[in-house]
Design a protein around this ligand. Structure first.
Ligand SMILES: CC(C)(COP(=O)(O)OP(=O)(O)OC[C@H]1O[C@@H](n2cnc3c(N)ncnc32)[C@H](O)[C@@H]1OP(=O)(O)O)[C@@H](O)C(=O)NCCC(=O)NCCS
Length: 150
């Protein structure tokens, strides 16, 4: 079943016209409308990142998105490191291989710009995402997350 959908899903570069679909999908996943956030986010990637945001389409409908970026020695993180910043799949189309297809394309694109290690920050309690990332081959890295409540 997963293989069938994996083949039907089309991964392509996000376009400005996808903004509304991305905002709606994000709202469906997180329950919050964030039009300004997404508009600025897409502008940021266009102006400052070598990475193109991706969307997943099933039957001409946007059902997922993924965004990633590269590092340039911030906080001792070496160049050659990439990040997966955002990954979301329509709750009605999860567990069909859409997330894996998006992640696979993002990994391919990060490798093309010289990335050798990919980081992702994930909430310790987000078991769905942890299981997914484990399935994609991610394991615990050497960086630790520090926080200060202000
Ligand atoms: C995590 C997420 C990206 C996974 O996407 P998906 O399309 O459902 O994942 P896939 O179908 O490609 O899963 C591939 C494999 O990962 C693992 N996996 C994925 N979701 C899982 C879950 N909920 N529980 C256990 N394993 C899971 C499985 O091994 C799965 O293979 P299988 O279905 O053959 O067992 C998706 O659930 C999601 O978008 N969650 C919300 C994330 C979010 O809040 N994003 C912020 C938006 S800005």
């Amino acid at each position: 079943m997963v293989t069938e959908v994996f083949e039907a899903v089309k991964i392509r570069a996000a376009r400005n016209q996808d903004l509304e679909a991305i905002v709606n999908l994000d709202q469906k996943i997180l329950g919050e409308a964030r039009s300004d956030y997404w508009e600025k986010k897409l502008e940021f990637y266009e102006d400052h990142s070598p990475m193109t945001p991706l969307v997943a389409e099933l039957e001409n409908q946007v059902v997922g998105f993924a965004m990633g970026d590269t590092s340039g020695w911030e906080f001792g993180i070496p160049a050659g490191t990439g990040w997966i910043d955002i990954l979301g799949v329509d709750p009605d189309h999860q567990r069909k291989g859409v997330g894996a297809a998006l992640m696979q394309e993002m990994i391919t694109n990060l490798k093309k710009v010289g990335v050798a290690t990919i980081y992702v920050l994930v909430n310790w309690k987000d078991w769905d995402m942890l299981k997914f990332l484990d399935n994609m081959g991610f394991s615990r890295g050497d960086m630790i997350n520090l926080e200060l409540k202000v």
